[in-house]
Ligand binder design. Sequence first.
Ligand code: CA
Length: 230
Amino acid sequence: MFVAPIADLQLLLIEDDPMIGQGLVRALGDEGIRLDWQRDGTQGERAWQSGAHALVLLDLGLPDKSGLRILQNQRQSGNRTPVIILTARDEVDDRVQGLEFGADDYVVKPFGLAELMARLGAVLRRSGLVDNNRLTNGEIALNRETREVTYRDKLQSLPPREFELLHILLDNPGRIFSREQLENRLYQTRRDLSRHAIDVLIHSLRKKFDEEIVRNVRGVGWMVLKHPSS
Ligand code: CA
Protein backbone atom coordinates (compact mmCIF):
# COMPACT_ATOMS: atom_id res chain seq x y z
CA MET A 1 0.00 0.00 0.00
CA PHE A 2 2.82 2.35 0.83
CA VAL A 3 6.11 3.32 -0.76
CA ALA A 4 9.24 2.18 1.01
CA PRO A 5 10.62 5.33 2.68
CA ILE A 6 7.69 5.60 5.06
CA ALA A 7 8.61 2.30 6.67
CA ASP A 8 11.50 3.80 8.61
CA LEU A 9 9.24 6.22 10.40
CA GLN A 10 7.85 5.87 13.88
CA LEU A 11 4.38 7.27 14.51
CA LEU A 12 2.69 8.09 17.80
CA LEU A 13 -0.86 7.01 18.57
CA ILE A 14 -2.63 8.61 21.55
CA GLU A 15 -5.84 6.62 21.93
CA ASP A 16 -7.61 4.96 24.86
CA ASP A 17 -9.83 2.62 22.83
CA PRO A 18 -8.10 -0.81 22.92
CA MET A 19 -9.85 -2.05 19.79
CA ILE A 20 -8.58 0.87 17.73
CA GLY A 21 -5.14 0.77 19.33
CA GLN A 22 -4.58 -2.95 18.83
CA GLY A 23 -6.01 -2.81 15.33
CA LEU A 24 -3.72 0.03 14.28
CA VAL A 25 -0.59 -1.46 15.84
CA ARG A 26 -1.20 -4.63 13.89
CA ALA A 27 -2.28 -3.02 10.63
CA LEU A 28 0.52 -0.46 10.51
CA GLY A 29 2.98 -3.13 11.64
CA ASP A 30 1.99 -5.16 8.60
CA GLU A 31 3.03 -2.17 6.51
CA GLY A 32 6.37 -2.04 8.29
CA ILE A 33 5.46 1.10 10.26
CA ARG A 34 6.31 1.30 13.95
CA LEU A 35 3.57 2.71 16.14
CA ASP A 36 4.18 3.97 19.66
CA TRP A 37 0.77 3.54 21.29
CA GLN A 38 0.02 5.63 24.39
CA ARG A 39 -3.31 5.03 26.10
CA ASP A 40 -3.86 8.29 27.92
CA GLY A 41 -3.26 11.97 27.44
CA THR A 42 -0.53 12.41 30.05
CA GLN A 43 1.65 9.61 28.72
CA GLY A 44 0.79 10.60 25.20
CA GLU A 45 1.84 14.19 25.66
CA ARG A 46 5.09 13.11 27.28
CA ALA A 47 5.86 10.80 24.37
CA TRP A 48 4.99 13.56 21.91
CA GLN A 49 7.41 15.95 23.58
CA SER A 50 10.23 13.48 23.04
CA GLY A 51 10.21 14.48 19.38
CA ALA A 52 10.79 10.89 18.29
CA HIS A 53 7.75 10.64 16.03
CA ALA A 54 7.16 11.63 12.44
CA LEU A 55 3.43 12.06 12.96
CA VAL A 56 0.82 11.90 15.72
CA LEU A 57 -2.56 10.18 15.50
CA LEU A 58 -4.56 11.89 18.21
CA ASP A 59 -7.85 10.77 19.71
CA LEU A 60 -9.83 13.73 21.04
CA GLY A 61 -11.79 11.93 23.76
CA LEU A 62 -9.14 10.72 26.22
CA PRO A 63 -9.84 9.66 29.82
CA ASP A 64 -7.60 12.17 31.58
CA LYS A 65 -7.20 15.14 29.24
CA SER A 66 -8.83 16.39 26.09
CA GLY A 67 -6.93 15.68 22.91
CA LEU A 68 -7.72 19.23 21.78
CA ARG A 69 -6.00 20.59 24.84
CA ILE A 70 -2.90 18.53 24.18
CA LEU A 71 -2.83 19.67 20.57
CA GLN A 72 -3.18 23.29 21.61
CA ASN A 73 -0.41 22.96 24.21
CA GLN A 74 1.97 21.38 21.73
CA ARG A 75 1.33 23.89 18.99
CA GLN A 76 1.66 26.80 21.41
CA SER A 77 5.00 25.50 22.56
CA GLY A 78 6.16 25.38 18.96
CA ASN A 79 5.86 21.65 18.27
CA ARG A 80 5.19 21.26 14.53
CA THR A 81 4.89 17.45 14.31
CA PRO A 82 2.12 16.65 11.80
CA VAL A 83 -1.13 15.58 13.47
CA ILE A 84 -4.14 13.64 12.26
CA ILE A 85 -7.03 13.75 14.71
CA LEU A 86 -9.34 10.79 15.22
CA THR A 87 -12.85 12.02 15.89
CA ALA A 88 -16.29 10.55 16.41
CA ARG A 89 -19.00 11.26 13.91
CA ASP A 90 -20.79 13.68 16.22
CA GLU A 91 -17.70 15.68 17.17
CA VAL A 92 -18.00 18.16 14.31
CA ASP A 93 -17.20 21.19 16.46
CA ASP A 94 -14.16 19.47 17.92
CA ARG A 95 -12.96 18.57 14.46
CA VAL A 96 -13.18 22.19 13.33
CA GLN A 97 -11.47 23.32 16.51
CA GLY A 98 -8.77 20.70 15.99
CA LEU A 99 -8.00 22.02 12.52
CA GLU A 100 -7.93 25.55 13.92
CA PHE A 101 -5.50 24.44 16.60
CA GLY A 102 -3.18 23.15 13.91
CA ALA A 103 -4.14 19.55 13.15
CA ASP A 104 -3.18 18.66 9.59
CA ASP A 105 -6.14 16.42 8.87
CA TYR A 106 -8.74 14.23 10.56
CA VAL A 107 -10.47 10.87 10.14
CA VAL A 108 -13.92 10.09 11.46
CA LYS A 109 -14.45 6.92 13.49
CA PRO A 110 -15.12 4.23 12.51
CA PHE A 111 -12.55 4.61 9.74
CA GLY A 112 -11.19 2.07 7.32
CA LEU A 113 -7.48 1.35 7.19
CA ALA A 114 -7.29 2.34 3.53
CA GLU A 115 -8.64 5.80 4.30
CA LEU A 116 -6.27 6.30 7.22
CA MET A 117 -3.30 5.15 5.12
CA ALA A 118 -4.23 7.50 2.30
CA ARG A 119 -4.47 10.45 4.68
CA LEU A 120 -1.27 9.47 6.44
CA GLY A 121 0.56 9.27 3.15
CA ALA A 122 -0.78 12.65 2.03
CA VAL A 123 0.16 14.41 5.29
CA LEU A 124 3.64 12.87 5.31
CA ARG A 125 4.21 13.86 1.69
CA ARG A 126 3.05 17.42 2.34
CA SER A 127 5.42 17.57 5.30
CA GLY A 128 8.27 16.34 3.13
CA LEU A 129 8.67 13.22 5.26
CA VAL A 130 8.21 10.82 2.41
CA ASP A 131 9.71 11.53 -0.93
CA ASN A 132 7.31 10.76 -3.70
CA ASN A 133 9.99 11.35 -6.30
CA ARG A 134 12.15 8.51 -5.14
CA LEU A 135 11.75 5.01 -6.50
CA THR A 136 13.80 2.21 -5.04
CA ASN A 137 14.27 -1.43 -5.92
CA GLY A 138 16.89 -3.35 -4.01
CA GLU A 139 20.13 -1.43 -4.40
CA ILE A 140 18.89 0.87 -7.16
CA ALA A 141 17.33 4.24 -6.37
CA LEU A 142 15.95 6.62 -8.95
CA ASN A 143 14.84 10.18 -8.35
CA ARG A 144 12.26 11.40 -10.89
CA GLU A 145 12.83 15.03 -10.09
CA THR A 146 16.62 15.27 -10.11
CA ARG A 147 16.87 12.36 -12.59
CA GLU A 148 19.65 10.89 -10.51
CA VAL A 149 20.15 7.16 -10.34
CA THR A 150 22.25 5.48 -7.71
CA TYR A 151 23.34 1.87 -7.54
CA ARG A 152 24.95 0.53 -4.37
CA ASP A 153 25.04 4.16 -3.21
CA LYS A 154 27.12 5.22 -6.22
CA LEU A 155 25.80 7.76 -8.70
CA GLN A 156 25.23 6.34 -12.19
CA SER A 157 24.82 8.56 -15.17
CA LEU A 158 22.33 7.30 -17.73
CA PRO A 159 21.49 8.67 -21.17
CA PRO A 160 17.87 9.95 -21.33
CA ARG A 161 16.32 6.85 -22.94
CA GLU A 162 18.02 4.45 -20.56
CA PHE A 163 16.79 6.58 -17.70
CA GLU A 164 13.23 6.55 -19.07
CA LEU A 165 13.28 2.80 -19.58
CA LEU A 166 14.54 2.18 -16.06
CA HIS A 167 11.96 4.63 -14.73
CA ILE A 168 9.08 2.81 -16.47
CA LEU A 169 10.20 -0.56 -15.15
CA LEU A 170 10.95 0.57 -11.58
CA ASP A 171 7.65 2.41 -11.42
CA ASN A 172 5.82 -0.85 -12.18
CA PRO A 173 7.70 -3.65 -10.45
CA GLY A 174 6.33 -7.06 -11.33
CA ARG A 175 4.65 -5.83 -14.50
CA ILE A 176 5.81 -7.19 -17.84
CA PHE A 177 6.18 -4.69 -20.69
CA SER A 178 6.17 -5.87 -24.27
CA ARG A 179 8.62 -4.57 -26.85
CA GLU A 180 5.84 -2.57 -28.48
CA GLN A 181 4.73 -0.97 -25.21
CA LEU A 182 8.26 0.11 -24.42
CA GLU A 183 8.84 1.40 -27.96
CA ASN A 184 5.66 3.45 -27.81
CA ARG A 185 6.64 4.98 -24.51
CA LEU A 186 10.25 5.70 -25.40
CA TYR A 187 10.10 6.83 -29.01
CA GLN A 188 7.92 9.60 -30.37
CA THR A 189 8.31 8.51 -33.96
CA ARG A 190 9.27 5.24 -35.60
CA ARG A 191 11.88 7.15 -37.58
CA ASP A 192 14.59 7.07 -34.96
CA LEU A 193 13.71 3.55 -33.87
CA SER A 194 15.82 0.64 -34.95
CA ARG A 195 14.60 -2.94 -34.70
CA HIS A 196 16.82 -3.74 -31.75
CA ALA A 197 16.59 -0.39 -29.96
CA ILE A 198 15.02 -1.82 -26.80
CA ASP A 199 17.50 -4.73 -26.67
CA VAL A 200 20.37 -2.27 -26.87
CA LEU A 201 19.00 -0.16 -24.02
CA ILE A 202 18.42 -3.20 -21.83
CA HIS A 203 21.85 -4.60 -22.59
CA SER A 204 23.34 -1.30 -21.52
CA LEU A 205 21.30 -1.17 -18.29
CA ARG A 206 22.37 -4.70 -17.41
CA LYS A 207 26.00 -3.78 -17.91
CA LYS A 208 25.71 -0.75 -15.63
CA PHE A 209 23.77 -2.46 -12.89
CA ASP A 210 23.36 -6.18 -12.68
CA GLU A 211 22.47 -8.81 -15.25
CA GLU A 212 19.52 -9.65 -13.05
CA ILE A 213 18.01 -6.19 -12.82
CA VAL A 214 15.90 -6.42 -15.97
CA ARG A 215 14.30 -9.83 -16.40
CA ASN A 216 13.50 -11.15 -19.82
CA VAL A 217 10.20 -13.01 -19.91
CA ARG A 218 10.69 -15.02 -23.06
CA GLY A 219 8.29 -14.16 -25.84
CA VAL A 220 6.44 -11.63 -23.68
CA GLY A 221 8.70 -8.79 -22.66
CA TRP A 222 10.73 -7.39 -19.78
CA MET A 223 10.19 -6.52 -16.16
CA VAL A 224 11.93 -5.80 -12.90
CA LEU A 225 10.98 -8.01 -10.00
CA LYS A 226 9.13 -6.65 -7.01
CA HIS A 227 11.82 -6.25 -4.40
CA PRO A 228 10.73 -7.44 -0.94
CA SER A 229 11.54 -4.09 0.68
CA SER A 230 9.94 -1.86 -1.95
CA1 CA B 1 -11.41 7.86 23.15
